[in-house]
Design a protein around this ligand. Structure first.
Ligand SMILES: C[S@@+](CC[C@H](N)C(=O)[O-])C[C@H]1O[C@@H](n2cnc3c(N)ncnc32)[C@H](O)[C@@H]1O
Length: 265
């Protein structure tokens, strides 16, 4: 089993060997749809403020690229766009490449820490990636170093929502360590400490946990993604507690999610 707190190992497990768990999670949430609606509006404003006929865009941890493509297509309505999509997972990149056949995107198979960019960017996004990056300060400073003048950085990361509370509660039960997953409050503190100005928008969504309550295969896969632990290896008591928790805290089989979109301008 993965070491729950090693960011690199966790990423390799969730987006490489077990990437179908991530895709199953995506199928159970309105998070992606709501993020895309939000991002499309946002990048329209950004494209207006960029004083360059050509925009260089970098997505750090692009995954299978649904948000990356939505951003590129929106930017392209106003500007010429040169895009770089970076991700360490070959599985994610291969899905992305298969859906982006008409786009000329530079794909980079690397994590952010090891990548050596050869240029600066007007827009750098990193959406739900920082959970898998150990040193946030270094990662942000590297983004700042590769930002064009007047360029914009967006880091999206979850808030302490109901799904987060569920994970943290059971992570403590399973691993016996009270070490919650990192969230946007930690990012706010770090940015304040580094004296980096930012603002945040929150985007809400819902996780559909009805399959978890029905305990069918999709539900078990969803629990494995959220808890980062094989369901079969959980004790009988914990399985019962999970069911009781979901009955008690999910509203009609849905749990609220809330993500912070942190903008450094
Ligand atoms: C939750 S997915 C998010 C993907 C995409 N940004 C989205 O919002 O759908 C996290 C992604 O970050 C990638 N990742 C993990 N560690 C990373 C690192 N150190 N640097 C860059 N990307 C990383 C994973 O391979 C995975 O595709």
């Amino acid at each position: 089993m993965i070491n729950h707190h090693d960011a690199k190992e966790k990423a390799e497990f969730l987006f490489g060997r077990k990437h179908q768990l991530f895709l199953n999670f995506v199928a159970h949430t309105t998070q992606v749809k709501n993020a895309i609606i939000y991002l499309k509006n946002k990048v329209t404003d950004i494209s207006v403020s960029i004083e360059s006929p050509e925009l260089h865009y970098l997505d750090v941890g692009c995954g299978y690229g649904d948000k990356t493509l939505a951003i590129i297509n929106q930017l392209k309505t106003r500007l010429k766009v040169e895009s770089t999509a970076l991700d360490p997972s070959p599985s994610m990149l291969s899905i992305f490449k298969s859906t982006a056949t008409s786009e000329s995107i530079k794909f980079v198979r690397s994590n952010w820490e090891d990548y050596q960019p050869t240029r600066k960017f007007h827009l750098i996004t990193s959406i739900h990636t920082f959970y898998y990056v150990n040193d946030w300060q270094k990662a942000i400073q590297k983004m700042l170093a590769h930002r064009e003048k007047n360029g914009v950085i967006c880091i999206a990361i979850r808030d302490t929502d109901e799904v987060c509370k569920f994970r943290d509660y059971f992570s403590n039960q399973i691993h016996g360590k009270n070490k919650p997953e990192r969230n946007c409050n930690e990012l706010f503190q770090l940015l304040a400490q580094l004296d980096i100005k930012y603002y945040v928008d929150f985007v809400t969504s819902q996780l559909d946990v009805r399959d978890c309550i029905a305990l069918n295969q999709d539900g078990i896969d969803l629990l494995e993604f959220v808890l980062r632990h094989p369901y079969d290896e959980l004790s009988y008591e914990i399985k019962n507690q999970i069911r009781d928790y979901l009955y008690q805290y999910s509203r009609g089989g849905f749990m609220p999610q809330r993500d912070g979109y942190v903008w450094i301008c």
